[in-house]
Design a binder for this molecule. Structure first.
Ligand SMILES: Cc1cc2nc3c(=O)[nH]c(=O)nc-3n(C[C@H](O)[C@H](O)[C@H](O)COP(=O)(O)OP(=O)(O)OC[C@H]3O[C@@H](n4cnc5c(N)ncnc54)[C@H](O)[C@@H]3O)c2cc1C
Length: 383
């Protein structure tokens, strides 16, 4: 079993108290009213809980990968859509910090770390989806800056974000892998926030489409080198998969805790529900799955921390954790009877929220493509 250090266990307890006190009491009403909870987000920033780094590369980052996974997991236990919105924000901060121009770093990072501003990462396009490199958005260097044209869909934090990192193909290159990243302020002329997509769940994480219509940004807005973002995107996708695993573990934990509380306090046919093994065994299976996913998550986070290659491992983790979460949330809703079908119940919210985990950041099928691809090209003994 993966052993957390004493400091990491303390951090988990600190986060649990924070979430129990500040997030859970308002999670139900926030979910029903929808919208991005900016107040809570900036509270997280003030506490330092946005200063996360999954690859332990960002100089001065307060938390490394394992601590970052703990923080996302605990926040997802309280309000999954807040944790979902944090994921691209943190990815963008780390990108700017590591690969952005000095101008971008100075202008953007202090407010972003405090949760005063929010970022979004715009990669997906209608014709791409799982094929992340199928990008039609173009960037042309004109005069002293870049002109972007294209449309990005399913973007977490669209509309609420103060800035976007946009993936585009340079107009001068026709190579499939030649992708560049650009920072675009939300207020840049030509950036249109088109539609907010009503989703099945994740109601406090706005998702939508943006259009870039002759949208001009300065040369300093290039993040990383021109045409060389493919390797950064691979790192980001791996980080995103660890984020989704943390969300899965946190949501499943919440559903299991609700199930223990409900079945030990509700009686049917003169007995506690929990006294029926048909009920308590379901809770035992929840724990078994969460335990496996959580341990795998810390193992992968530790590999990230030590800068080990973990593409296959994080794909396996994301596949297992997201499918596990769907099973646990389904089982928890069943154990709550009609209560599990009520809009006022966290288990019902988790049941809706968890569906996206098997789609975003590499669907379950894409994760299987990654794993099988690696297995069939590995040398014996490598796996
Ligand atoms: C809530 C939410 C938030 C998101 N946030 C962001 C964001 O912030 N930024 C961003 O850029 N994108 C974001 N996305 C988009 C997300 O990355 C895509 O939805 C994902 O890549 C899948 O693409 P798609 O929806 O077009 O599905 P498709 O690619 O059309 O896939 C449809 C189905 O086909 C399967 N499939 C596809 N290819 C294969 C294959 N080769 N073999 C077998 N099966 C296959 C898939 O697994 C899936 O089941 C978000 C999506 C959601 C739902």
């Amino acid at each position: 079993m993966f052993q957390l250090s004493e400091r990491q266990r303390e951090l988990r307890n600190e986060l649990r108290s924070f979430v129990d006190k500040n997030i859970i009491p308002q999670a139900g009403s926030l979910e029903l009213s929808g919208g991005f909870p900016r107040g809570l987000f900036s509270q997280l920033g003030k506490e330092g809980y946005l200063d996360l780094c999954f690859w332990h590369l960002r100089p001065g980052a307060k938390y490394g990968s394992t601590e970052s996974a703990i923080i996302l997991e605990e926040i997802a236990r309280g309000l999954p859509s807040l944790a979902l919105s944090m994921s691209p924000h943190i990815q963008c901060m780390n990108l700017i910090s590591l690969y952005g121009s000095q101008e971008l770093k100075e202008k953007l990072l202090p407010a972003a770390l405090k949760g005063e501003t929010l970022f979004a990462f715009a990669l997906s396009e209608a014709s791409g989806g799982s094929e992340a490199l199928a990008i039609d958005t173009t960037a042309s260097f004109v005069g002293d800056g870049w002109v972007l044209n294209g449309e990005k869909c399913w973007i977490t934090n669209a509309g609420a974000a103060d800035g976007y990192i946009v993936a585009a193909k340079s107009a001068s290159s026709s190579r499939y892998r030649d992708v560049s990243l650009f920072y675009v302020d939300a207020g840049t002329p030509g950036l249109e926030d088109l539609v907010r997509v009503p989703l099945t769940g994740m109601n406090n994480s706005p998702t939508g489409t943006i259009r870039l219509n002759n949208c001009k940004v300065s040369a300093q807005c290039l993040v990383g080198r021109e045409n060389e973002a493919y390797s950064l995107m691979k790192v980001l996708l791996n980080e995103g998969r660890l984020d989704m695993a943390a969300l899965a573990v946190g949501m499943a934990q919440c559903s299991m805790e609700c199930s223990i509380s409900h079945t030990s306090t509700s009686s049917r046919y003169g007995r506690n529900l929990a006294s029926y093994q048909g009920v308590s065994f379901q809770v035992a299976r929840m724990y078994e799955k969460i335990f496996m996913a959580r341990n795998a998550m810390y193992t992968v986070a530790d590999m990230f921390q030590n800068q080990q290659r973990a593409t296959m491992e994080v794909a396996a983790l994301k596949l297992f954790a997201s499918e596990m979460c769907v099973e646990v949330c389904r089982s928890a809703a069943q154990l709550h009877g009609a209560g599990g079908f009520s809009r006022f119940s966290p288990v019902e919210r988790n049941l809706r929220d968890c569906q996206m985990l098997t789609i975003a950041e590499g669907s379950s099928e894409v994760c299987q493509i990654v794993i099988s691809g690696k297995l069939y090209h590995a040398q014996p003994g490598e796996y």
